[in-house]
Write a protein that binds this ligand. Structure first.
Ligand SMILES: Cc1cc2nc3c(=O)[nH]c(=O)nc-3n(C[C@H](O)[C@H](O)[C@H](O)COP(=O)(O)OP(=O)(O)OC[C@H]3O[C@@H](n4cnc5c(N)ncnc54)[C@H](O)[C@@H]3O)c2cc1C
Ligand code: SF4
Length: 472
């Protein structure tokens, strides 16, 4: 522990954000990287408490007190080594992880927690600036061939670990570019795609083979996986969206959030979208149904496209500002959050049920809604509370139900439709493993990376009888 009184002397200071009036005009990153001196101060707030719960809060078991200590001492290279030992994509989690670690920080019990996520980002960006991160291909190859289906954070972490272990890894991706939701879901103002490309370029040079535009199950027969490869990891994500099958759902202008966000990301990447398929919020009254993070990404995107107004509605009650009693420290609580997208302008409403969409000439024009309340575990509509919201574009951000099946693979699923595995991440088919949202259901990037790493260790053991890859 560098400064024993750091947490008493220095207050928590988060990264600065660009002014709203400036950032809504472009898709450039909203957050600024902190100067090294500020990071050192913030790292000194870590108390190095004997039993660091932040370790437990981070699904990757990142060595948080250890990095903070060496950053305070100015040993940035050591901090980078510690970070690299547990996380394949710290430049991503450092930007967009919701930081369950910070909710488990001991300092957070009676003060503001350490800025762990931002410290992580500062360490990795410092390492890139100093050019400490170079392609590091394995010294020897094992002679084993491995396929990874899906190039989201789970598939990429799994591929990176297996490549480190010396196996020849091929990643199959049905989209035209690598990255999964990081590429075609999360907007550029939260995660600029050059950050992803920088890492993929390193892995490419380290020998991972990326095959894009190939959907396993149609472009490449799933039956061939076991024949062509010694082991396989299925990391196809959870992408069947929850629908709202009510009157008027067929109207033009009602679409899934992911259709909208993925198209917007493709437009920013200067892809041509045929005019008949274009979903644009410019000048429109936008309603986002669903109060979660995907909904917030829709709010930020609609404002940047020049929406006339944006309303976000949610069925559930507004979460409390503070931890609810049943979610005590150090668990990750469900609390009210205002994202940078919300700061940019949106009216948010809770306990609203949408009864039907109404339109004119096939285009959506209004939503018919009602206020609801919850008691005794059931939901009731409040009599006389019916109202309408005008809308030219409605975005359904209601979460995801289950993975899309991979045609030709006979694999057991759990009761939610996610791929079932044993405790070694192996599915009901020998040699076929699974990780990430496809296995655990819709979750977070940090969990996808953790699962990809764990699955890689299990696959390495399966292939070689033992493994020196870390357990997480
Ligand atoms: C809009 C949005 C915003 C989010 N924001 C955040 C955030 O800020 N922070 C956070 O921590 N989490 C966020 N999440 C959640 C996070 O993105 C996911 O939990 C994470 O991406 C899951 O990783 P994955 O690798 O399991 O799957 P994915 O990222 O979904 O990747 C799966 C990949 O598999 C490919 N694939 C599927 N089937 C096949 C096939 N048959 N053949 C070839 N390829 C196939 C898909 O095309 C996709 O590229 C967000 C989710 C959404 C939808
Ligand atoms: S990956 Fe997420 S949970 Fe882990 S240390 Fe970083 S911000 Fe915290």
């Amino acid at each position: 522990m560098g400064d024993v009184k750091g947490y008493i002397k220095i207050k928590r200071q988060k990264s600065e954000y660009r002014p709203v009036c400036d950032r809504v005009r472009d898709y450039l990153p909203v957050a600024k990287i902190r100067p090294d001196a500020a990071v050192r101060d913030q790292a000194s707030r870590c108390m190095d408490c004997g039993t660091p719960f932040c370790h437990w809060g981070c699904p990757l078991g990142n060595y948080i007190p250890e990095w903070n200590d060496v950053v305070y001492q100015g040993k940035w290279e050591k901090a980078f080594e510690l970070l690299d030992a547990t996380n394949n994509l710290p430049e991503i989690t450092g930007r967009i992880c919701p930081a369950p670690c910070e909710y488990a920080c001991v300092l957070g019990i009676n003060d503001d927690p350490v800025t762990i996520r931002e410290d992580e980002l500062d360490i990795i960006e410092h390492a890139f600036r100093k050019e400490w991160i170079k392609p590091n291909p394995p010294k020897a190859r094992s002679g084993k061939k491995v396929a990874v289906v899906g190039s989201g954070p789970a598939g990429l972490a799994c591929a990176a670990q297996l490549n480190r272990a010396g196996h020849l890894v091929t990643v199959f991706e049905k989209d035209e570019k690598i990255g999964g939701i990081m590429r075609f879901g999360i907007p550029d103002f939260k995660l600029e795609k050059s950050i992803l490309d920088r890492r993929i370029d390193l892995w490419d040079k380290e020998g991972i083979e990326f095959k894009t535009g190939i959907k396993v199950g149609s472009d490449y027969p799933a039956e061939s996986l076991q024949h062509d490869y010694d082991a396989v990891c299925l990391a196809g994500g959870s992408r069947v969206p929850r629908d709202l099958k009510i009157e008027g759902r067929e109207l033009k202008g009602v679409c899934f959030a992911m259709e909208y966000l993925s198209q917007s990301n493709r437009r920013i990447a200067v892809e041509n979208i045929p005019s008949e398929k274009m979903i644009d919020a410019k000048g429109k009254k936008v309603v986002v149904i669903g109060g979660g993070d995907t909904g917030a990404d829709c709010v930020g995107t609609a404002n940047r496209q020049g929406a006339a107004c944006v309303v976000q509605i949610e069925l559930l009650p507004k979460p409390s500002e503070n931890r609810p009693d049943h979610q005590p420290w150090p668990v990750y609580p469900f609390v009210f959050k205002t994202s940078t997208s919300h700061e940019e302008g949106a009216e948010r409403k809770w306990q609203i049920s949408t009864k039907k969409f109404m339109g004119e000439k096939g285009m959506v024009k209004k939503l018919s809604c009602v206020q609801v309340e919850f008691s005794g575990g059931s939901m009731q509509e409040l009599a006389g509370s019916e109202f309408e919201i005008e809308a030219d574009l409605v975005l359904l951000a209601l979460g995801f139900l289950r993975p899309e099946p991979i045609m030709g693979l006979e694999i057991e699923c759990d009761k939610h439709g996610n791929i079932k595995t044993d405790s070694h991440f192996m599915t009901s088919a020998k040699g076929i493993f699974s990780a990430g949202d496809m296995r655990r259901g819709q979750s977070l990037i940090v969990w996808a990376i953790a699962e990809g790493r764990q699955a890689a260790r299990c696959m390495d053991e399966y292939l070689m009888g033992q493994s020196s890859l870390p357990r997480i």
